[in-house]
Design a protein around this ligand. Structure first.
Ligand code: PPE
Length: 312
């Protein structure tokens, strides 16, 4: 992650200098986790810089906000144009994009309503999420002792900043114990997701992924992989998954904007399949990268060109 190269940040309708993109210490979201956000990638494709599934990400931002009774002061079209303008203002060919809507400065106390809703869009270079070799060799993960947020505690379907307190506990425990990432179970003990990724399992030639009711985020990459699997004629099913199925599976992989399609090679030091990227993971990973890198036509209409004013 390199913030040194960031020139401009979009704040409430204006592009401001990086150094001026600041908030007050009494900002409500800083105290109470009252924010919703997105993580989006722009790829340097053969056709020029293009954003992957921008409409779907902004749609999720809008309904994440709705769940938290936040009325966004900008509509999806304005946010779309703002996102593209922010990338252009920074001159990035590839970057990670972070829109964030939060309860701002005005009044502390649990009641969030007196505060303004602030919206910012930042972008910055962000390489491979789980390390450079992860995409090829796979990662070593563990099941977390932390349960994923349970039904009716916090809305797992919303991409809310508050949910990431749970994610951080999962991630820190994994790192401290020498793993790359942790997988959480839901409150019924079934497989949910990684701290920042959805998960797929290959079992006897079929692909499975936990349903939204297993406290998973409705991942855009998850939805993409389901479509790509169907394009390839593979069977894919949403299913409640017992933990032990993952130890015994042929292949396991993560999906996410940051993680892209990352193979899992071991869980709790039990080797998964052959202990390296499996054939189905490789196929889907290939199908994913050839689309986002623009090496094949954008047959699903997933890519949005950043547009003019990007240096060649
Ligand atoms: N589950 C969680 C909990 C999650 O945070 C993400 C994205 C996903 C699933 C995958 O969703 P999608 O990106 O729409 O395919 N995690 C974001 C943030 C990671 C971070 O460290 O911050 C991401 O990948 O951008």
């Amino acid at each position: 992650m390199a913030f040194e190269d960031v020139k401009k940040v979009w704040m409430n309708g204006k592009l401001v200098d990086f150094a001026d993109a600041k908030v007050h210490v009494f900002t409500h979201a800083l105290h109470y986790g009252s924010g919703v956000f997105e993580g989006i990638r722009c790829y340097d494709t053969a056709r020029g810089p293009e954003v992957f599934r921008l409409d779907e990400h902004l749609d999720r931002l809008v309904w994440s906000a709705k769940i938290y009774r936040m009325q966004l002061p900008f509509g999806p079209d304005e946010l779309k144009q703002a996102t593209l303008a922010t990338i252009r203002a920074n001159g990035f060919r590839a970057c990670y994009i972070r829109p964030l809507a939060y309860r701002g400065f005005g009044s502390l106390g649990v009641n969030p309503f007196p505060n303004p809703i602030d919206v910012v869009i930042g972008c910055y270079p962000w390489g491979k999420y789980l390390g450079a070799k992860a995409l090829e060799e796979g990662v070593d993960v563990c099941f977390s002792s932390w349960t994923r947020i349970a039904a009716n505690t916090m809305p797992a379907m919303a991409k809310a900043t508050a949910n990431y307190a749970n994610s951080q506990l999962i991630k820190m425990e994994a790192i401290v114990n020498g793993y790359d990432e942790g997988i959480a179970l839901d409150d019924t003990g079934r497989v949910s997701e990684g701290s920042g990724e959805n998960l797929f399992v290959v079992w006897k030639g079929r692909l499975h992924t936990p349903p939204l009711a297993s406290s998973t985020l409705p991942g855009i990459t998850r939805m993409t992989v389901v479509q790509l699997a169907r394009d390839l004629g593979l069977d894919v099913e949403e299913r409640v998954l017992p933990r032990e199925m993952l130890y015994a599976a042929d292949e396991v992989f993560f999906t996410g904007t940051a993680a892209e399609v990352t193979p899992v090679r071991s869980i709790d030091r039990i080797q998964v399949g052959a202990g390296r990227r499996g054939p189905m993971t490789e196929k889907l990973q290939g199908a994913f990268f050839e689309i986002v890198e623009g090496r094949v036509p954008d047959r699903h209409g997933w890519m949005t060109p950043v547009g003019a004013a990007v240096p060649a």
